[in-house]
Every structure is written in structure tokens, then in C-alpha cells.
Design a protein around this ligand. Sequence first.
Ligand SMILES: Cc1cc2nc3c(=O)[nH]c(=O)nc-3n(C[C@H](O)[C@H](O)[C@H](O)COP(=O)(O)O)c2cc1C
Ligand SMILES: [Mn+2]
Length: 500
Amino acid sequence: MTSKKDTIMIDDLRSYIDALEQAGELKRIKAEVDSKFELCHVSKVNEEQKGPALLYENVKGFDIPVLTSAFTTPKRLAIALEQDHNLSMSDLSKEWMKLTVQELVPPVFVDKPKVMENVLEGDDVDMDKIPSPWFYPEDGGRFFVTAGFLVTKDPDTGWVNLGTYRSQVLGNDILGTQIIKGKHADFHLKQYAERGELMPAAAVVGTDPVLFLASSTLVSAQTDEYNIAGALRQRPVEVFKSDLTGLTLPANAEFICEGFIDPNELMEEGPFGEYTGYYSGNKGKDFPKPVLRIKRILHRNKPIMWSTTVGKPINDIHMIQSLNRTATLWHDLETMKVPGIESVYIPPEACGRFWGVVSVRQKYPGHSNHVGNAVIASTTGHYGMKGVIVVDHDIRADDWDRIWWALATRFDPKRSAQIIDRGRSTPLDPGLPIDARDITSRIILDACTPYEWANKPNEIFMDREVLQKVSNRWNEYGFEGTSPVEGLINSLTRPEPVKK
Ligand SMILES: Cc1cc2nc3c(=O)[nH]c(=O)nc-3n(C[C@H](O)[C@H](O)[C@H](O)COP(=O)(O)O)c2cc1C
Ligand SMILES: [Mn+2]
């Protein structure tokens, strides 16, 4: 078991790669690999096998290595967050929630940012020199930002926002950026449009992984994601103030493309194989995107490119969404004062957003129903979630074997399922018709034994004393290793009756 104190201190992409390598979670690929399709296809097949993170050291036509599959197992997310490597996804989300509801930690400004080691301007601004992968055959081209973020600033209040919006290379010095309506950079863009000004913006790739994780989390407006990343690390992120755009930028990034977005300029971008496993519905002229015109590229010496494959689950984006949406849903339920919440989980298999599971210790009739309805009314759960499963406290929200058992044995479809109409949806949900994706229905599956039943089914348990003896004698029976019973005795034996 790896405890927190054994982990490497991470403050950039390189130290994260070192930490992965130390934990045996990184494979270096020496063979020449084409960044068009081949790199993505190798990574995707490796991800399906639950393989390690991959560092492609010999990318055809480039001398810049590319990292993929950084987060595709819970262990690698735990390494990124400097947490115990054995934590489950749901437990990691709980740690995330605890850290981000504490005091936020603002960044610290440094004099000599490493990302300024190389400053490319004029004709040297050439996105074709960077190995931005081309992922799937029907994608519109190469995508520079998949594991990164756009930095923008509120011109009125100075709030600095980091948002992960994928960005396609549309020319030597042009990035098309998919900022979906209502995202924070969209707020900023509208403010610059009203002022009749260009919006300073920077596309950043290859940072401390917590910055990428924070930039793709639903954080409140007017909250700098730097402060969230600082809270997750319990120490400040190193930043600098750009003399070109005035933006606060991460000092240790591998690449930063700085420039300006004209609020009135849109270009065709995409299509892109999305995290749903489908291409997005509307494309081309029906869905043009804002463009970042790059004035300069900053990069570290010997820079490293970082990408995520996207496409069908499970890859980085599903793990990220599972992690941060579980954390925010859990927090939502706590702030709504729903009692008895034992664990929460939004599985990556369900694209990290469409289904959620909550385990509850019931305290009153209708409690489990309260939980299901609270989930879909919450800030996290109201947006795009289609189904909620509620289980009793003896089942962990991320224990699929037992969730199936609850659906088999504590559930009656007529009594336990409810369909709710007209919830907020996402334009990327392929389960809805392409032209009618604003609204979805939802289902709540209450897989709990009703609290009010006087005559509850009699569950099978083991004898406590005999089980303790079995645990003590585990190796005597000829089994190797520590007894699997330790720590499980309470859940395998009949709970003490609650004293009235
Ligand atoms: C890998 C990845 C790719 C994403 N791509 C997009 C995207 O192209 N457009 C978008 O609006 N949101 C995208 N998201 C979701 C946003 O990052 C998320 O909604 C985040 O909260 C946006 O930042 P903001 O809240 O500061 O606007 C992506 C998330 C991840 C993890
Ligand atoms: Mn934000």
C-alpha cells in the first residue's frame, strides 16, 4: 500500500510523468508512430485493456513526445491528486469534495516562468510544428487542446477563468475553440463583444494535472480555477502575468498559445469524435466556433505534448467527469441537507454524467425517494443526467455486483421506478433526436427495501465468532496472503439491532 507521504510532489506535467513511472504506470513507446490515427488507435486499444499511460517518444515527423491515457485508471487519478493509490473513484471524489470546500489557495507569481524558455513570434508561430493528434477518421483535423484549457479574464472584475474546451488547428496561427453556450469563456466573450474589444485568450497544454482537472470542473463563476487547483494541492500554483495579453498563466506549462479572439469571428470547426462515442449532431456551417488568432507560442525546452483520445468510454474524459461530477453531486446533496448519504458515484462507463448511484442510510419513510429526487434537482444532477439508482447503506455506490443484487431483490418496477419529464439535457446526447436535444426525461430506480415495511425480508448473514476464527486461521487453510475477511466482518454478520 502506498501512503500519501510516499508520492512525488507534482507541480508540472514532467513531475507527474515521473510519478507515473515510479508507480509502474507509464510505458514509453520507442517505435515510430504516426500522430494521424495510429497514435490514437494504439492508445484506445491500450485503454480498452486497462493498460498504462503511454509516452510516445518517436512521433513521425516531430521531435516532441506525446503523452496519452494519463487518467484511464483510478490509480493514475490518485497519483495525479497525490492521494492514496488504492482509493476507489468514489472515495477519491470524496477527498476532492473535502479539499475544495475548504479554503481556496490563490496562486503565487514567479519571475522566471519556465514556459518562457522559448518565445516564438511572427513566422515562427506555426502550429504544424507541434504533434497535435488527428484522432478518428471522420474528425475534421488535428486537435491541439484535448488535455488543456483556455485562459480568459472577466474585463470588469478581473476573474481569471480556466476552461477545458477542445481546440482544433485551423491554420498555422489559428485555433478553433468549442466554447459551448453558457460556459465561462462564453460569458467573457459576450462582455468583450459589448465593449467592442478583442478578447485576450491563451490555449494551454501540458500542465500540472490538477490544473487540467480543475479547468474541466463545474466551478462557480467568479471563482478562479487556479484557486481550486491550489486547494486540491494544498499549496499555491506558480503563475506569471503575460506582458502580451495581461493574462495570468501557468509558469510551468509545456505550451501556451497566446492571442486574441474576435467576438464577431466564427469559423467551421470539427467534427470531433465526442465522449459519448458519437460525433456531435450539428456540424460545419450549422455549428461554427470562435477562433483564437495566435500572436505567440511559448514553450519549455524539450516540450512534451499531452492529449486525450476521447471517443467511446472509458478514457480520460470519462474518468475526469466521473471524478469531478461525483464530487460536486455529493457536495450538492450535502448542501441540500439530504441526510444519510453514505456514498455517491457517477460511473465513467455511463460517460461520467448520464447515470448516478447514491447509497443512503434510510431514516424515514420515503427517504430513498427523497434522495433520487434531490439528485435530479441538484446543480450537478439536473444537467444531462438520465437515471438515478438509490441503494441502501450496506451497498457502496460503486459496487456494481451488489447494485445488480439490489435491483434483483429489493426492487419492484411498478413501485420502485418513476419517470420524470422535461429535464435539462445536453446537445451531445445521441439518445435524443438531433434536432430535439434540449430536454430529456429521467428515471429514478429506488433499489432500497422500503423503510416503512414492518415485515422486512430476512437477509442471510454469517456467524460472527466463526468468521473471526476463519479470518485468524486463513493461512492455516493453505490460502496465501492476508485474510480477505479482515475489515469485512461487520458487513458479513448481522448488524446489532438499533436500540429504541
Ligand atoms: C477532455 C475534456 C474535453 C472537454 N471539451 C469541451 C468542449 O469542447 N467544449 C465545452 O464547452 N466543454 C468541454 N468540456 C467540459 C468543460 O471543460 C467543463 O464544462 C468546464 O466546467 C468548463 O469550464 P468553465 O466552467 O470555466 O466554463 C470538456 C471536458 C473535458 C474533461
Ligand atoms: Mn470556470
